[in-house]
Ligand binder design. Structure first.
Ligand SMILES: *Cc1c(COP(=O)(O)O)cnc(C)c1O
Length: 696
């Protein structure tokens, strides 16, 4: 393949700066250039939010028109100047801690959720990685991220008329994605080679610019690879262990090789989950080469600067591979090294846990990462305890609280999740660049009146309802002639009604069906004349998760009941774009996982900046964030040691959830004074915004 295949279109000379703007994914959170993209091609921009695609699809005629348009010229020059200023600005890092991180941080993750226009993610892990990168850009941290460019990524969802989830894998044409081929100093497209059994696999390298940080992406779809190998980077999280190992080799080994090839020598390597653990072995190999040492010395030397973040809550969630598969695949890579496959297996062996002999020894990627890392962290205080319990078998004689797993509670990149209305309010209360430095923990909205705060909430809810109607109409309002058409199209959603949101992966432990445990009680809440409730749902079930799919069917069936009357809507194909709209508009965000399975949970953090309130299980981040002033907790103070049978547990949690809704949430929302303002509710919004937004 020649470079020419990826040479972008030509633009009028004057407009060449548009390339730079379109390829910096800063437009996903900083909306200064939105008007430019809308002016170029409104339809494409509104339907894809992909500036690069807009630039590549706009007609030559339109470009010539705009080149002559004074208003466009002015906006364009302003944005170019602003971008230049952004790139060259001082940051928190450059001013307060320049050089502390040496040559920077290498960050590895299997998935990245940066934008719905770069669909290389499945859920929370990837969205966290994306938010982390954006926050690193704001702070000016020298982070280089490494990941895979999936040709299909995770599946796209539609729901059939009988409630069945349908899965589609549209092709990610790299020329349409906001990425560019990664070029070296000689302008050559960078390629990386990883040895596989009997052949080398060639990887192409791409670059996504995320503000001041780079995300480097590898893909195996090089025409010179064998057909089977070209598809290694096709789907995210396939069930096939062989393909998963191949992907993890490409990510870990290929990823570290890529950094070395570019001459980068990061001082720190951060693994987000264990999928990329092989990077740490490859890093040690590199150190060996640079220092002419043996593997053990290299391991000791690099280990102190390897950091492993685990997100898993159950032992079965760790990635593992059979010894035989591993020996086959890793042999060519390990050839000539002083680390053979058995020694590598030993570094991540589950034998301690299973007591099995070496014949069916398996490599556990989390253990490998743990054994190669100086620091390990879970993602919330409760998850630290859970992680220590999971790792206990490998630290047999250690008291559990001494097992070296720390915790760093997740957070979100606030500027990616605020609405235009809340952005305006925060700017007035706390200044323009408030998220670009470590914030003072408090920024009370004393200058903002209750009227203004409530107006913000109403505008956000209105916009959400408009969005839901457009989405439902593009879902063909379910195409079912027997339907109540108005209900199916969201026309019965109401602007002044308390709106509850629930969106996440549909899987059993997240209990998306908790509200369905008592349908009659739910119906009463929805149908109330003077204090109604409406619910918006979204979420995908993993293709093999039959129970998750069953819950989607049950919600769809419930939402079609004539007595529900369009008060429950299901939005298909949950992704970053959908999440963004939901978390801006809902009044209350519901999260009800089975304790203590939610390692952290991040979607609830996204509503904070917009004045949404959380109603959530006392688990993950909410167990740290919750107090009675900021929202509602199901079974506050619960500890996981007291876990009884799960069904008993579910029923009592469902009861508690309904009690909270019936006695606190709903009355609170509708308790308005003569001016029509729910003063107590607004007090809660203030407390939640003030106490939690900066911290999370
Ligand atoms: C934030 C987010 C998630 C993670 O949310 P959880 O609360 O951790 O389940 C998953 N998917 C998308 C699209 C998101 O935006």
């Amino acid at each position: 393949m020649t470079l020419a295949a990826y040479t972008p279109r030509s633009l009028p000379e004057f407009l060449n700066g548009l390339f730079r703007l379109a390829l910096d994914l800063r437009w996903t959170w900083h909306h200064g250039s939105d008007e430019l993209w809308r002016a170029l091609d409104e339809e494409t921009w509104d339907s894809t939010h992909n500036a690069w695609l807009v630039l590549n699809s706009v007609s030559g005629e339109r470009l010539e028109e705009l080149e002559q348009d004074p208003l466009f010229q002015q906006r364009y020059l302003e944005q170019l100047a602003a971008h230049h200023k952004f790139v060259n600005a001082n940051t928190w890092y450059s001013e307060d801690c320049a050089g502390d991180l040496g040559q920077g941080i290498a960050y590895f993750c299997m998935e990245y959720g940066i934008s719905e226009s770069l669909p290389l993610y499945s859920g929370g892990l990837g969205v966290l990685a994306g938010d982390y990168l954006k926050a690193a850009s704001d702070l000016g941290l020298p982070v280089t991220a490494v990941g895979l460019l999936f040709q299909q990524g995770y599946f796209r969802q539609a729901i059939s008329t009988d409630g069945e989830q349908m899965e589609f894998y549209p092709y990610n044409d790299p020329t349409m994605l906001p990425v560019s081929p990664l070029r070296d100093e000689d302008d050559q497209w960078v390629r990386v080679v990883v040895p596989f059994p009997g052949r080398n696999v060639r990887l192409r390298a791409w670059k996504a610019q995320v503000g001041r940080c780079e995300l480097l992406l590898l893909d195996s779809n090089d025409p010179r690879n064998e057909p089977g190998d070209r598809g290694i980077t096709s789907e995210l999280y396939t069930g096939d262990p062989e393909k998963r190992l191949q992907q993890e080799m490409v990510l870990g080994i290929g990823g570290w090789r890529l950094l070395r090839q570019l001459g980068r020598q990061p001082g720190l390597c951060h693994l987000n989950e264990g999928h990329c653990a092989l990077a740490l072995i490859e890093r040690a190999f590199g150190w060996q080469e640079d220092h002419q040492s043996d593997f053990q010395t290299a391991r000791t030397a690099t280990r102190a600067t390897n950091l492993f973040t685990t997100h898993t809550s159950v032992a079965a969630g760790f990635d593992h591979f059979s010894g035989s598969l591993l020996r086959l695949y890793l042999a060519p890579w390990l050839e000539g090294r002083d680390l053979n496959a058995d020694q590598l297996l030993e570094l991540g062996s589950e034998r301690a846990m299973t007591g099995a002999d070496s014949a069916d020894q398996r490599l556990n990627m989390a253990l490998l990462a743990l054994n190669m890392s100086g620091r390990i962290n879970g993602v919330s205080r409760i998850h630290q305890k859970v992680s220590q319990t999971l790792f206990q078998p490998f630290f047999r004689r250690w008291p559990i609280e001494d097992i070296p797993a720390d915790f760093v509670t997740n957070g979100v990149h606030t500027p990616s999740w605020d609405s235009p209305e809340s952005d305006a309010i925060w700017t007035r209360a706390c200044g323009q660049d408030r998220w670009c430095r470590p914030l003072p923990m408090s920024c009370p909205m004393t200058a903002i009146t209750d009227e203004e705060l409530w107006e913000m909430r109403r505008l956000q809810r209105n916009r959400l309802i408009g969005y839901l109607r457009r989405r439902l109409s593009s879902q063909h309002c379910e195409q079912n002639p027997a339907n109540n058409h108005a209900a199916a199209c969201g026309l019965l959603l109401d602007h002044e009604t308390l709106t509850l949101g629930f969106a996440r992966r549909f899987t059993e432990y997240k209990r998306p069906d908790l509200l369905l445990k008592d349908q009659e009680r739910l119906l009463r809440l929805l149908a109330s004349r003077d204090r109604p409730l409406q619910i918006v749902l979204a979420g995908k079930a993993h293709p093999y998760d039959h129970r998750g799919k069953e819950i989607i069917r049950r919600w769809k069936a419930f939402s079609r009941r004539p007595d529900v009357e369009g008060k429950v809507v299901f939005i298909e194909d949950y992704d970053l774009g959908v999440a963004n709209q939901l978390i801006q508009g809902v009044d209350v965000w519901l999260n009800c996982p089975r304790h203590p399975w939610e390692a952290c949970g991040t979607s609830g953090m996204k509503v904070l900046v917009n004045g949404g309130l959380n109603l959530s299980q006392y688990d993950g981040w909410w167990a740290e964030a919750w107090n009675a002033d900021v929202g509602w907790a199901i079974r506050p103070g619960a500890t996981f040691e007291e876990l009884r049978s799960t069904s008993e547990h579910d029923l009592s949690d469902a009861r508690e959830l309904f009690d909270l809704l019936e006695h606190e949430v709903i009355p609170g929302f509708y308790d308005v004074d003569e001016q029509g303002l729910p003063r107590k509710w607004l007090q809660q919004i203030r407390a939640s915004m003030d106490q939690l937004t900066a911290a999370y």
